[in-house]
Design a protein around this ligand. Structure first.
Ligand code: GDP
Length: 373
């Protein structure tokens, strides 16, 4: 049976019918499983609870698809009271009327018990759908749900829809959006990142959870998929290189050297960029795989670690560790590195400030210094 839990941490619930893809999503996002491996996953059959994203202590509850809400082992009151967001996974490649009925029941029940819950509908497995079909499916699901809720006179539900697939970055992007809504400090984090972009040569910056590659904040310029994918792939690249150093030298690896990688083609679609980025990552990964990898390895222990990847289109990627769980990854102009010391200094200031916002109870560090242009 569920217990009330010892804490009042924001909780993320993941629900959906059997075979909708819940275990696959959790394994791909949080356990680095490759999407193809999920074909052999056992369907979720037991209720499990994983503590994830230790930087903010989110909890993730995974439910079997056929869970009866009236089941005596589950107290819906306890279940929904501390729940921040409820992610409901719908298999878009299958007939979804049954799933919608279940979602409707869950919303009615959960909303009655806790009206602050945000409902996040993942219209999942969209990799098998044409673009037109995706939009039609989303519109249809939205309309049916909206009509049913309106008929029951339920109006003030926080409901969002995301098109997702484990075969691309859409699942990470969707989780980023879900999790951002649960972070009370988000506006302050965004302000800090905006400050970095407006005062320095940084064009785009993401604050990532290293373990899951979910970004928890970014500056307010629009997120373009290509930059996002490059930045998130860089985490893997740096992790792999770090693991080589950690294994071979038994020393703290500080990968601050330059790697020369191909940028995404400027006239191609985002899939081109993605393919190029992943082939770059694959080459490095292959090199890293030559060594036994330590799966539990963080990038490095040193909070000031950084890495730079120069692209051959005049841009560069810069990664900077903020703390044990978080990294900043940014896209900036290559010529900024003429004054490399300044970049390290400015990112140092922002990291310090981010740590102060996220962990105000930790021993006060000196007030962050001013950014230099
Ligand atoms: P669960 O019962 O909800 O935990 O579902 P599973 O995670 O066991 O997934 C059921 C099947 O869906 C597996 O064969 C997965 O490989 C497949 N699957 C999960 N996510 C996706 C996706 O994004 N696209 C496609 N095409 N298949 C997926």
């Amino acid at each position: 049976p569920l217990s009330s839990g010892q804490t009042a941490k924001p909780r993320l619930l993941v629900m959906g019918l059997r075979r909708s893809g819940k275990s696959s999503i959790l394994n791909v996002v949080f356990n680095k499983m490759s999407p193809n491996e999920t074909l052999f996953l056992e369907s979720t059959s037991i209720m499990s609870r994983n503590d994830i994203l230790s930087f903010l202590d989110f909890q993730l509850w995974d439910f079997p698809g056929n869970l009866e809400l009236g089941d005596s082992t589950v107290d819906p009151g306890l279940l929904f009271q501390q729940c921040g967001a409820l992610v409901f996974v719908i298999d878009a490649q299958d007939e979804y009327i049954g799933a919608l009925r279940r979602l409707y029941e869950v919303i009615i029940l959960a909303h009655r018990l806790n009206s602050t819950i945000t409902f996040e509908v993942f219209i999942h497995k969209i990799d098998g759908l044409s673009d037109e079909h995706k939009i039609d499916t989303q519109r249809d699901i939205y309309q049916r749900l909206h009509d049913e809720l309106a008929e029951s006179n339920v109006h003030d539900v926080h409901l969002s829809f995301h098109l997702t697939s484990i075969y691309d970055h859409s699942i990470f992007e969707a989780f980023s959006k879900v999790i951002q809504k649960l972070i009370p400090q988000l506006p302050t984090l965004e302000n800090l990142l905006n400050m970095l972009c407006s005062n320095t040569n940084v064009e785009k910056v993401f604050l990532f959870d290293t373990a899951s590659k979910i970004y928890i904040a970014t500056d307010s310029s629009p997120v373009d998929m290509q930059s996002y994918e490059l930045c998130s792939d860089m985490i893997d690249v740096v992790m792999d290189i770090s693991s080589i150093y950690a294994r071979t030298q038994h020393a703290k690896a500080t990968p601050s050297g330059y790697l020369s990688l191909q940028p995404p083609s400027t006239n191609g679609g985002s899939s081109n960029g993605r393919a190029q980025a992943s082939s770059n990552a694959a080459v490095l990964e292959a090199a890293a795989n030559g060594m036994a990898r330590d799966p539990g390895l963080a990038i490095v222990e040193d909070d000031e670690s950084h890495a730079t990847i120069r692209l051959n289109n005049g841009q560069a990627l810069y990664l900077r560790q903020v703390n044990q769980h978080l990294v900043l990854v940014s896209l900036l102009r290559d010529d900024s590195f003429e004054r490399q010391g300044l970049i390290h200094y400015n990112f140092g200031c922002i990291s310090e400030a981010l740590n102060m916002v996220l962990m105000p109870e930790s021993p006060a560090t000196a007030a962050p210094h001013q950014l230099h242009i």
